[in-house]
Design a protein around this ligand. Structure first.
Ligand code: SF4
Length: 335
């Protein structure tokens, strides 16, 4: 029999790493597939692929994914996580990669009963049906709870070497990880920001306020402190140097095209990015908020460079900062 090839949906966590290893150990060629979310996830999958010795393909989830998160057919889990729709979306992409790579099937680290929304038998049946997976999905960690798949019936995969894990506990997976000497996977609590309550509140507010979001706005959501200004603009302040750097990296192209404005503090204060208004409409709330979140021990006049399309100019802030251009009510921080 010709050597079979599988596409493994790698998330960066233990389960998908273990599922991949179980299939690799059956002599099957595996290609890792990481679907990068515009909402940002915390895991680094390239290290895992390196440890497993497999090729990794990364595909960005696009605006169609953002639309799906805004209006999921099967609804949300506890927070803004549309897990059933998300899995259908991922399997559809995995099938495209499977076809392009001449692979035979798809593997995933799903465990029956681990997640209340998408990892129930009925939900998995919906996911398989709606993704039109044509029996090509294998769940090696819980395979023995399901009828034999095409891959097992055809003898491509030895069913006896697949597992019967179920439930939320990761203790069995950790024992297997030890036994198989797995390295590089993320701690079980990491992962998808859509399951995070604070991020979900921010995202919900964003969807309410923005009818046609851009990818740059979506990618900026996970960073900084967010404020809706009284003139309808939206300001994001970096919480530290690393975040300020990321704000610039993500928004640079949009800023240089004149669609956003960037504020670069040349002192120990936050960089910021403004959307929703042009740079001729910058309110004094911007300098107030930059001043408010700057180092309290500053004592002289400091410059903020404003980058706006192809031009730049300077605004000055005098420290210690005393004037408050806002009304008595401070602008609330959005989560
Ligand atoms: S936890 Fe996040 S990435 Fe995973 S299925 Fe749910 S929405 Fe998708």
């Amino acid at each position: 029999m010709a050597k079979k090839k599988a596409i493994s949906l790698l998330s960066g966590g233990l389960d998908s790493t273990l599922a991949t290893k179980l299939i690799l150990d059956q002599g099957i060629e595996v290609i890792g597939l990481f679907l990068e979310s515009p909402f940002g996830c915390k895991d680094d999958v390239s290290l895992i692929a390196e440890h497993l010795g497999i090729r990794l393909i990364t595909v960005q989830k696009g605006m169609d994914y953002v639309d799906l998160v805004r209006n999921p057919k099967y609804g949300y889990g506890k927070n803004m996580n549309p897990c059933i729709d998300c899995r259908i979306y991922m399997f559809k992409i995995a099938q495209q990669v499977m076809d392009a790579e001449g692979a035979d099937f798809i593997i995933t680290g799903e465990v029956l009963g681990q997640r209340p929304m998408s990892q129930r038998k009925e939900a998995m049946a919906i996911i398989d049906r709606d993704s039109q997976s044509d029996e090509r999905i294998l769940r090696p960690l819980s395979a023995q709870f399901f009828p034999p798949t095409l891959m097992e019936r055809e003898g491509w995969v030895d069913r006896d070497k697949l597992l019967n894990l179920t439930g939320r506990s990761r203790s069995e997976q950790l024992k297997w990880a030890e036994r198989l000497k797995l390295k590089g996977y993320a701690a079980p609590a990491g992962g998808c920001l859509l399951t995070d309550a604070n991020f979900s509140a921010r995202l919900s507010e964003f969807f309410d306020r923005t009818s046609a979001p851009t990818m740059t706005e979506v990618r900026l959501l996970r960073l900084g402190r967010h404020f809706n200004l009284s003139n309808g603009a939206h300001l994001i302040l970096g919480r530290n140097a690393e975040e300020s750097e990321e704000l610039w990296e993500i928004s640079r192209k949009t800023v240089l095209e004149g669609e956003m404005t960037f504020f670069r503090a040349d002192f120990s204060g936050p960089d910021a990015v403004l959307s929703g208004k042009t740079c001729s409409e910058i309110s004094n709330e911007v300098s107030h908020l930059i001043a408010k979140y700057s180092n309290k021990s500053l004592v002289s006049q400091k410059e903020v460079e404003v980058v706006c399309g192809k031009s730049t100019f300077i605004i000055n802030i005098n420290f210690p900062y005393t004037s408050n251009p806002l009304s008595k009510e401070e602008l609330p921080v959005i989560q």
